[in-house]
Design a protein around this ligand. Structure first.
Ligand code: CMC
Length: 425
């Protein structure tokens, strides 16, 4: 393949370098186009725009491939723990046994949050959505650790900020939930592993020990792995853009949590279960809801279907679907919405509208069913996604900083009024 693409405009020819990634992905580099020609490119929603070169995650949407740092998501989901995957994403390689032991100890050392966080929590009404509470608590970390405000400090200091948020995220997530239901907070039990500790804080009571079911903990750990990174998605791009202004790690992550919250992104897991519940309450007529999803005058979309990048299948959805069956079996739970989900999936996969648009179940279609079986309330589903995505956000923030990327600042084509006289002048 040639090293340049040629663009001809008004009799002028511009040579645009072609760059190639390690998996042979090719891109036309237009970064100097405006300086040379005065032209910009336009691509609403960045559907065909690469914002960075990254060595963290490789994704092939046509083939349904997802790799982190060269390891397949299937291998990681089967063989790793979430904390190991976090290490892999953030530090670039899997830890040795000794490194991992030291890492776990370090994370464990920081699981508590400052008692003054309780005052912030107390200020939230019980109707507060836990995602809003979580993003506020993450921003509040800047107040408790003011040195974290400067991302240009030494690596050891930046790494301490990273360790702190990895350690405290489950504590803040569980506290957001306890505060919502008006129950007393349960402090971390540092004898437990990362995911079991979260379950202990979420479902335990201060007055009595809580026995974490290892099957539940293993299932949740796998779900966290499946959400750990997904290259330049909406929330990750948000984290990188916010961080590119040299805002702190915690402010960047908090922005990512807010971006994730929307129902077209991470909020879809809550929206899927609400949709399935609605269909059930409405008599379970999946055909009626399929027709609504296809009707362009109806804003309803089949939540949990479609993906910006995956156009054949979402490899995470395959793993999750199997995990959902395993979890329901092992816990002896029967969930009527699972049948509705399977019915909808079957119809959509055989429906011309969905086939033509390459709309397949995504990661969020079955994750909510597992969360429900594990006893996690619906409003906490997207918080689970945020806990899982945290290492990806951190790794991408770190990479953006280390690549010394410029501030994120897209251009536009102006379509408003041209200059006109001010009334009365
Ligand atoms: N139900 C019905 N029609 C759909 C759906 C859906 N879920 N998704 C896309 N379409 C149609 C859309 O109307 C459009 O049709 P047409 O070409 O006739 O105008 C076509 O498919 C392409 O859709 P798009 O909105 O242009 O595609 P996009 O890449 O901008 O959006 C998406 C991707 C995920 C936002 C979208 O598929 C969607 O809204 N899905 C439902 C929400 C959801 O499940 N989100 C979770 C995504 S996976 C988790 C994560 O990583 O965040």
């Amino acid at each position: 393949m040639s090293e340049f693409a040629e663009l001809k405009v008004d009799g002028n020819t511009y040579q645009l370098p072609i760059i190639e990634g390690t998996e042979n992905e090719k891109a036309i580099d237009i970064s100097k186009l405006r300086a040379e020609s005065g032209l910009i490119t336009i691509d609403p929603g960045f559907k065909n725009t690469g914002s960075t070169k990254s060595s963290i995650t490789f994704l092939d949407g046509e083939k349904g491939i997802l790799h982190h740092r060269g390891y397949s998501i299937e291998d990681l989901a089967e063989k790793s723990s979430f904390l190991e995957v976090a290490y892999l994403l953030i530090y670039g390689r899997l830890p040795t046994a000794e490194e991992f032991k030291a890492y776990k100890e370090e994370v464990t050392l920081h699981t508590l949050i400052h008692e003054d966080f309780h005052k912030i929590l107390d200020g939230f009404p019980s109707a507060a959505h836990p995602m809003g509470v979580l993003s506020s608590l993450v921003t509040a970390m800047t107040a408790f650790y003011p040195k974290s405000l400067d991302p240009n400090r030494s690596w050891d200091e930046v790494n301490l900020s990273i360790i702190r948020i990895i350690a405290k995220m489950p504590t803040m997530a569980a506290f957001a939930y306890k505060n919502k239901i008006g129950h007393p907070l349960v402090y971390p039990d540092n004898r437990l592993d990362y995911t079991s500790n979260f379950l202990h804080m979420m479902f335990g009571l201060p007055s009595q020990p809580y026995d974490v079911n290892p099957a539940v903990s293993a299932a949740l750990d796998k779900l966290l792995i499946l959400h750990a990174d997904h290259e330049q998605n909406c929330s990750t791009s948000t984290v990188r853009v916010v961080g590119s202004s040299q805002a702190s790690l915690y402010s960047s992550i908090s922005a990512g949590i807010n971006a994730l919250w929307g129902p077209l992104h991470g909020g879809a897991n809550q929206a899927v279960i609400e949709m399935l519940e609605n269909i059930k309450a409405d008599g379970g007529d999946t055909k009626k809801w399929m027709a609504k999803a296809k009707d362009k005058d109806d804003p309803f979309r089949l939540m949990g279907f479609g993906h910006r990048v995956y156009k054949n299948f979402d490899p995470r959805a395959r793993i999750i679907k199997k995990a959902a069956d395993d979890v329901l079996d092992s816990l002896g739970v029967t969930d009527p919405v699972l049948d509705i989900a399977k019915g909808l999936e079957h119809e959509a996969l055989n429906d011309q509208y969905f086939v033509d648009r390459k709309l397949y179940p995504n990661v969020d279609f079955y994750s909510g069913i597992i969360y429900r079986a594990l006893g996690i309330p619906t409003e906490m589903f997207t918080v689970m996604f945020a806990m899982g995505r945290l290492p990806g956000w951190i790794a991408q923030w770190r990479e953006m900083r280390e690549n010394k990327e410029p501030i994120g600042r897209p251009r536009q084509v102006y379509t408003g009024e041209t200059i006109r006289p001010y009334p009365g002048s």
